[in-house]
Design a binder for this molecule. Sequence first.
Ligand SMILES: Nc1ncnc2c1ncn2[C@@H]1O[C@H](COP(=O)(O)OP(=O)(O)O)[C@@H](O)[C@H]1O
Ligand SMILES: [Mg+2]
Length: 297
Amino acid sequence: MGVLVVNNLRKTFKKNSLLGFKKEEKKVLKGISFEVFEEIFGFIGPNGAGKTTTIKVIMDFVKPDSGEILIFGKPNSDISVKQNLGFLPERPYIYGSITGKEYLDFCADVYGIPYYERKRKFAELLELVNLTGVEEQPISSYSKGMVQRLLFASTLINDPDLLILDEPMSGLDPVGRNIIASVMKMLKEKGKAVFYSSHIIQDVERLSDRVAIIVDGKIKLLDSVANIVQEFLRGYVITVRKRGSSSLEVLKVGVDELWQLLERLKSEGYEIISVEPDRLSLEEILVSYIQENRRAG
Ligand SMILES: Nc1ncnc2c1ncn2[C@@H]1O[C@H](COP(=O)(O)OP(=O)(O)O)[C@@H](O)[C@H]1O
Ligand SMILES: [Mg+2]
């Protein structure tokens, strides 16, 4: 069984209609299921798709209408589960007048980490997210990216086996995103499971082992990144050179016409320089699902 099992979650929010006399219901999660193993699992989808709501249910902050969550084989409300989880909220609130070290101390208190372990542990965590040396400064003097990295480091303070990260890359520059990405990879290598959401696809494609695409409260696709992009193969890009010529020509061909075209090029005296798959990127795939959903209304 997976480290995290999410089984058929449904959630409806009541919202006041504009006129105020009729309560409308909004179905936010429409039967979400997936399983996360010791891997990096990306949960991607547009704003408003239901990512944060799913994560709040996983964290037991919000009760679903129906469905269940198992973490390490136990219900997510189990106290032993919470001890072994790391969580980064989407919009964390952090008190600016304390220092980074005081914040880490606060987190260490929550998990009952003994004082004699803290010095080494804090140094290790600060090093990991490239914040060594700023821990005595108030958090209000940190950049947005530094705050995000401090919060990310603090989720590791109890050495959790499962990390739940809601938009860990948002608000970070490329260097900051790289730091977070390499720590996520390191955690996976140590046998941890990392589940994270993102509405920005840039890093997801190269970082995740598997992804689930959520649009409008439903999982549209769940597979390894390699399989997904393979499935969305459009055709091939062929680079050729006419024998005796010095200039290259680039041709695009559909999946079914590749061999036929290669034969023809050969017989016409072309030299084949390269044949490369022409795949949709994960980003293009996500966009196509969003557009399909809009058309369906
Ligand atoms: N507490 C709430 N009350 C009413 N509607 C909510 C509440 N929380 C989220 N929603 C709605 O649920 C939908 C999904 O939101 P969310 O899970 O935050 O999406 P995502 O994280 O994918 O951007 C949105 O339409 C949002 O407005
Ligand atoms: Mg969100």
